[in-house]
Design a protein around this ligand. Structure first.
Ligand code: DOR
Ligand code: ZN
Ligand code: ZN
Length: 350
């Protein structure tokens, strides 16, 4: 049995409030424990989006009542909260900026709004950016001009990881994350996954992009699932929303890369625990550990997952290594597929 620290997933969508038929703080944090995560950082593109004190309070209250693992929440950057955002900075793990179209209406399109948000945001609190292509170049420059910490979410393309590498070499305060789906899937997998189900932002990319991520592993600070559950009915509809669930497959996929010699165990722990904890200022969880059996083989079956969405883009994958037990702050909270923590055991780590 391997003993791991309680892992931290710095990028999940738990859909509460507003879309609890896809996931809620209970089902999403249950999926986290099953995947070996004892803390998840939740995104603000909910309904309503988390851009005000009231919406943030409501989300923190719901999470405190329902979560079975620990959590922290991102504030959303909107066109309408440029003045008020900084007042809320101490209550969140970062500010999330959507600079491209993805799921939901939360998006910043005015250059002036982006610059004002960045200029005003505290220096010691990260700005997490959904920024693809040209908007990545924009946020890197704006972050550097105002000397702020910019964290680039779900890097997927060769030219993006190379730009981040160059920014780091220049001494920019930039960090980044990559998802398991961009490390293990490409556009060639789309037909097999199914057209609607394979919709995700950023899109699954070319083999050269996936290979560039692996070749530049030292540039990648964190692995993040970008757990983005939607129901199968929605994914198989005429207008499929983008997003993959990922909390319950991330660790075994990345452990596979350790077995293949493409990643070290220390490198996995750095990107799934130490770096997310440092980057997002997550409080230490005392007496917390994950017992992981490296020899168990299992097949991914959406129907078996804790996540309410009950499907996976990795359906049918044969993985090796499974979480057996999770102890969180001294209490056994997960054992062999069973959640043992009561609703509300999870605490806010900010
Ligand atoms: O595929 C995605 N789904 N990408 C995002 O940026 C948002 C997410 C969601 O919330 O469904
Ligand atoms: Zn995103
Ligand atoms: Zn996301």
């Amino acid at each position: 049995m391997l003993e791991l620290p309680g892992l931290i997933d710095p990028h999940v969508h738990l859909r509460e409030p507003g879309a609890t038929h896809k996931e809620d703080f209970g089902s999403g944090t249950a999926a986290a424990l099953a995947g070996g995560f004892t803390a998840v950082l939740a995104m603000p593109n909910t309904d309503p989006p988390l851009t005000t004190q009231d919406s943030l309070d409501a989300a923190i209250t719901l999470a405190s009542r329902k979560a079975v693992c620990d959590f922290a929440i991102f504030l959303g950057a909107g066109e309408d909260n440029i003045q008020s955002a900084t007042d809320l900075a101490q209550r969140v793990c970062g500010m999330k900026m959507y600079l491209d179209q993805t799921y939901g209406p939360l998006r910043l399109q005015q250059l002036g709004s982006i610059a004002d948000h960045v200029q005003r945001w505290p220096k010691d609190n990260p700005i997490a950016a959904h920024s693809e292509g040209m908007s990545l170049a924009a946020i890197l420059l704006i972050g550097a001009l105002y000397d702020k910490h910019v964290h680039i979410c779900h890097v997927s393309l060769r030219e993006e990881i190379l730009l981040i590498k160059a920014a780091k070499e220049k001494g920019y305060r930039v960090t980044c994350e990559v998802t398991p789906h961009h490390l293990f899937l490409t556009e060639d997998d789309q037909p097999h996954i199914g057209e609607g189900r394979a919709e995700v932002r950023p899109r699954l990319a070319a083999k050269k992009d996936r290979d560039a991520l692996w070749e530049n592993l030292e540039v990648i600070d964190c692995f993040a699932s970008d757990h983005a559950p939607h129901t199968l009915d929605e994914k198989d509809s005429k207008n499929p929303p983008p997003g993959f669930p990922g909390l319950e497959t991330a660790l075994a996929l990345l452990f596979g890369a350790v077995n293949d010699g493409r990643l070290t165990m220390d490198g996995l722990i750095a990107r799934m625990y130490t770096n997310p904890q440092r980057i997002f200022g997550i409080r230490n969880q005392e007496q917390t550990r994950v017992e992981f059996d490296p020899d168990v083989r299992w097949e991914v079956k959406g129907a078996d997952l804790q996540s309410r969405c009950k499907w996976s883009p990795f359906e049918g994958f044969n993985l090796k290594g499974k979480v057996r037990r999770v102890t969180l702050r001294g209490r056994l909270v997960f054992e062999d597929g069973v959640i043992l923590a009561p609703a509300g055991f999870g605490v806010n780590l900010v």
